[in-house]
Design a protein around this ligand. Structure first.
Ligand SMILES: Cc1cc2nc3c(=O)[nH]c(=O)nc-3n(C[C@H](O)[C@H](O)[C@H](O)COP(=O)(O)OP(=O)(O)OC[C@H]3O[C@@H](n4cnc5c(N)ncnc54)[C@H](O)[C@@H]3O)c2cc1C
Length: 298
């Protein structure tokens, strides 16, 4: 088996290194310490198409292989783990929608998520139910053609910036085993009753927010059910978490390096590569799919 990188993977890594050296490392220590949101870096990630790493090309994504996917997190986490966090749960959610979503769900969300115009994350963890997701108390009750969601989610990355959030719920809280009654609903975060109730304090891994979300009778249409079938939510979530491991490991690997750099904090001159090998992002003008504005109100 050949474990060497392809030319495309090497070029991709070189472009990421340039971004990290030039635009992330110079600000990472200061912004991590102050808790400032990396708006400018997010804009660059958008330009480079990195919100669409896992999304199929037909929806405007880069549709990169899993080695390139891992390289992205390895390089970015080397500069600032928080930035890898912003991309991590977003790309994981996109991957879940692309793999399990209905044709309509893919058309509705993927083009805007791939371009970074819309943002997402994953809403799995609930108070008292992290590793054991079957213990969540979040429910979604059928009401006519809608689902009414009630419960709390916690530690949700990108919560304040997400336009749509896949939320793991129990559509049948009596099911045994519990996973047979679990489903994922794609919740538009502007829906009444969806509240980001607080930001959770962290010792590090700033840059991206980690929040608690309160779902107070959030009513979503049946068409928000991921894949259109109840009882598949746990499998859908686990399949997403499987690729999540590929972005977690590089982040953990580089965390000590980032801490060391912070400890040594001193002015540095960074070598900047001359060649600007930026990755072209998905071009909206070429896209056959329209991208309505999905900016959150306020
Ligand atoms: C910074 C941050 C960001 C996060 N982002 C998100 C997000 O975007 N979306 C989301 O849904 N969640 C998110 N989470 C939540 C994260 O997924 C959970 O913290 C994780 O699943 C662990 O759950 P827990 O914290 O409840 O720990 P617990 O489940 O209580 O586990 C505590 C320890 O016990 C071990 N353990 C648990 N059960 C067993 C067992 N049966 N056998 C052996 N060992 C066991 C675990 O491995 C762990 O070491 C985030 C968490 C953090 C800290």
């Amino acid at each position: 088996m050949d474990f060497s990188f392809t030319d495309d993977q090497r070029d991709f890594r070189a472009a990421l290194r340039q971004l990290v050296e030039k635009e992330i490392i110079p600000v990472a220590n200061e912004w991590e310490r102050s808790g400032r949101y990396p708006t400018e870096i997010v804009a660059r990630l958008r330009e480079m198409g990195l919100f669409g790493i896992t999304t199929p090309e037909e929806y405007g994504g880069l549709e990169l292989d899993m080695v390139s996917f891992t390289l992205a997190y390895e390089e970015i986490a080397r500069g600032w783990m928080g930035i890898a966090g912003i991309l991590g749960s977003h790309n994981l959610a996109c991957w879940m929608i692309a793999k399990h979503g209905t044709a309509e769900q893919k058309r509705q969300w993927l083009p805007r998520l791939a371009s970074g115009e819309c943002r997402t994350g994953i809403g799995l963890t609930a108070p008292g139910a992290g590793t054991d997701l079957q213990g969540i108390a979040t429910t979604a009750t059928k009401s006519g053609d809608d689902y009414v969601i009630r419960g709390t989610k916690t530690w949700i990355t990108n919560a304040r910036h997400a336009n749509v959030l896949p939320v793991l719920v129990k559509t049948d809280p009596t099911a045994q085993p519990a996973h047979k009654g679990m489903s994922i609903l794609l919740v538009d975060t502007t829906t009444p009753g969806f509240t980001v109730s607080r930001d959770l304090g962290k010792l590090g891994y700033k840059g991206t927010e980690s929040c608690e979300i309160f779902l107070d009778d959030v009513t979503v249409p049946q068409s928000a059910l991921l894949g259109g079938v109840e009882g598949r939510g746990m499998q859908q979530a686990l399949s997403g978490l499987e690729i999540g491991r590929l972005n977690r490991r590089p982040q953990c690997r580089h965390r000590p390096g980032v801490l060391r750099r912070r400890a040594r904090l001193r002015p540095r001159t960074h070598r900047i590569r001359q060649a600007d090998r930026r990755i072209p992002g998905p071009s909206s003008s070429n896209s056959p799919i329209s991208r309505p504005n999905c900016r959150r109100p306020g």
